[in-house]
Write a protein that binds this ligand. Structure first.
Ligand SMILES: [Zn+2]
Length: 347
């Protein structure tokens, strides 16, 4: 049975990669047959650069961490899942005894093992063994494709939670990529009256504008701060989400922020960046940082299941598993207007 293997930087192959030690089913584990796996920017970055910060691909690694599937076997102590259940999976497994985990911040446990982060394999493969505690049953109203969007959506929900949005707040999301758009959806679900989304790409902004009370701003033609300050009589937005990972965008995070507002840093920054401490000070700005998410998956499943959040417009292309290498080549070319690409595994 084949997996999608990143052999080294720039080289992908569909081939057998035996990983017996990952296949042992413990009493608290379930075995899942994978159905749909989303392609994440991090997967593409490992493919094109061979590393993200300190995480370096030194040995062949299976990609993929945004996944849904069907339970095919359960461990002897599993009580909440059974064979045949449709599920999505949280890809980071912390050490249950670590200090961070015991404090509830399991996502920042230094020992967390996260799919498709070297040396941990991802899930573009036929089956995976995963803890029951990080596997979430899907209601019938949630498709496998939507369920594979729960992982990126969890980032947006975690960011909106950190922002402590109040009903009627106005937000700016910088960046209309998958994470920017799930953040905009999460901000609206959390009670924002309106959300501005800024980006350079008109096609992505058009998708953003179709998602709800969202005002697109193309920053190649307009300054986000100018538009927002004009619309709000000079006051600004209560929340700014930085979801570009661009140092240039991050240098402007306080420009559109109202006094007492909150900035949430989402986009990864590989190097130190400029931060306008004076602009933060005169606003008494609160700045939050997030790393992945914690406790968000059940909320995401519930919101997709009830229709409170619709992630379907973000899924712009679906590939079959045997086209995986081609799919990554397309993803690496960052086509305009593509938000989330997904791969379906043979069932
Ligand atoms: Zn991801």
């Amino acid at each position: 049975m084949k997996s999608l293997v990143l052999e080294q930087k720039g080289e992908l192959a569909l081939r057998d990669l035996p990983i017996e030690k990952d296949e042992v089913l413990g009493p608290h584990d379930v075995r899942i047959k994978l159905h749909t796996v989303g392609i994440c920017g991090s997967d593409v970055h490992y493919y094109t650069h061979g590393r993200i910060g300190p995480f370096v691909v030194n040995a062949p690694m299976i990609l993929g961490h945004e996944a849904s599937g069907t339970v095919i076997e359960v461990g002897s102590a599993v009580t909440t899942l059974k064979e045949g259940d449709r599920v999505c999976m949280e890809p980071g497994i912390p050490d249950p005894n670590s200090r961070a985990t015991r404090m509830g911040m399991y996502n920042v446990d230094p020992k967390v093992r996260f799919w498709a982060t070297p040396p941990v394999h991802g899930v573009l493969r036929p089956t995976v063994v995963h803890p029951e505690a990080f596997t979430f049953k899907l209601p019938e109203t949630v498709s496998f494709a939507e369920a594979a969007m729960v992982e990126p959506l969890a980032v947006g929900v975690h960011a909106a939670t950190k922002a402590r949005i109040k009903p009627g707040d106005i937000a700016l999301v910088m960046g209309a990529g998958p994470i920017g758009l799930v953040t905009a959806l999460s901000a609206l679900a959390a009670g924002c009256a309106r959300v501005y989304v800024s980006d350079l790409d008109d096609a992505k902004l058009a998708i953003a504008a179709s998602l709800g009370p969202i005002t697109p701003i193309n920053v190649t033609r307009q300054s986000a701060a100018e538009v927002i300050l004009k619309d709000t009589d000079g006051w600004g937005v209560e929340v700014v989400f930085e979801a570009t990972g661009s140092p240039r965008a991050a240098a402007t995070i306080f420009e559109a922020l109202c006094p007492g507002g909150c900035v949430v840093m989402i986009g990864g920054q590989p190097d130190p960046i400029a931060y306008d401490a004076g602009a933060a000070m005169i606003r008494e700005a609160r700045v939050e940082n997030i790393f992945r998410y914690a406790h968000a998956f059940p909320r995401c499943v519930a919101m997709i299941g009830s229709g409170a959040i619709d992630v379907k417009p973000l899924i712009t292309r679906t590939f079959q598993f045997d086209e995986s290498v081609h799919a990554f080549e397309i993803a690496a070319s960052a086509p305009s207007g593509d938000v989330k690409m997904q791969i379906e595994l043979p069932q």
